[in-house]
Design a protein around this ligand. Structure first.
Ligand code: GLN
Length: 304
């Protein structure tokens, strides 16, 4: 398996030279553009890694899957989806276009920025408590007690996040978000700045593949109904406006982030973490997608 992973990375490593690092969060433009790594964690407890699997990157939008589950646990399905929709947009992850057009006004789904900010605003906890609950949840899911935020990325996004800020204030105006907008944005910027490796991401995948139970400890951290929902969103919206093509070519529930990471879940089988910081024009890892496509074809991992 490790040899196969290495071969797949070698085959696709040239792709890291194309694509771009994101510049709208200036600190992310300092990433190592040519890094490429993968980690596959199986339900059996075996783990296979190759390439730059120890490379640290910020989790960014992959965090949206985990915060959705926490918001569902805190509020239930009816309340969460009274404020966020269930449909893909076909637009960019940070688009605000449909927010005003659709009536009643609510973000299309929890995987785009607007929807994820609304979801984070629903997580319980006063002051510091809300982010600390999110951080603890990540630590338990990954089994990594050292996960923490990358302060430079957090500050960089907080400084430059005016598009997210604009959407959040708009959502309060129309009643999607209640309470302190800046506090919710701060938690969102922090959750996106969590620093992880492919191994951590693969463990998140494993927890989802195992329907909410961490295989290593046997501890149930989430209701299986909520992990099922999260995986379904990964299929329909996880790669934003590339989700359709990705479902056809790869066929594995996945969620990307602009840090270059991709979280993938083969239900009942494995969790996969991939990193390749060079992004395509839709904000997905350009080499990461091809690596997953090759892996899916070789191991017949498509769920369809
Ligand atoms: N923190 C990023 C943002 O809000 C997350 C986007 C992403 O990873 N696609 O723009």
């Amino acid at each position: 398996m490790e040899k196969m992973l290495k071969d797949i990375l070698d085959k696709n490593s040239d792709l890291t030279k194309s694509g771009n690092l994101p510049t709208y969060i200036p600190e992310l433009a300092k990433a190592n553009k040519t890094a490429l790594g993968i980690c596959v964690a199986e339900l059996s407890g075996k783990q296979y890694c190759a390439g730059d699997y120890q490379y640290s990157f910020t989790i960014q939008s992959i965090s949206k899957v985990v915060t959705l589950i926490l918001a569902l646990q805190d509020n239930g399905i009816t309340e969460v989806f009274s404020r966020v929709g269930m449909e893909p947009t076909g637009d960019a992850f940070n688009s605000m276009m449909k927010l005003e057009i659709v009536r009643p006004s609510k973000p299309f789904n929890p995987m785009i920025n607007a929807g994820a900010i609304a979801v984070t605003s629903m997580i319980n906890g006063e002051g510091e408590k809300r982010f600390n609950r999110i951080l603890d949840f990540f630590k338990k899911i990954t089994g990594n007690p050292n996960i923490n935020i990358n302060e430079a990325v957090y500050m960089s996004e907080k400084r430059t996040g005016d598009r997210n800020r604009a959407m959040a204030y708009f959502m309060r105006d129309v009643g999607v978000i209640t309470g302190d907008v800046e506090a919710s944005l701060d938690v969102y910027f922090k959750q996106c700045s969590l620093e992880v490796t492919c191994q951590d991401v693969a463990q998140i995948g494993l927890f989802l593949a195992n329907d909410g139970i961490v295989p290593a400890t046997g501890e149930r951290l989430a209701d299986s109904e909520f992990t099922k929902l999260a995986k379904t969103f990964m299929v329909t919206c996880g790669m934003y406006n590339a989700s359709g093509e990705f479902a056809i070519n790869v066929g594995i529930p996945s969620k990307s982030g602009v840090g270059g990471g991709i979280l993938s879940v083969v239900p009942g089988k494995m969790g996969i973490g991939v990193v390749g910081p060079a992004l395509d024009e839709k904000g997905n890892s350009i080499a990461g997608i091809k690596v997953l496509e090759d892996l899916s074809k070789m191991l017949k991992l498509s769920i369809f």
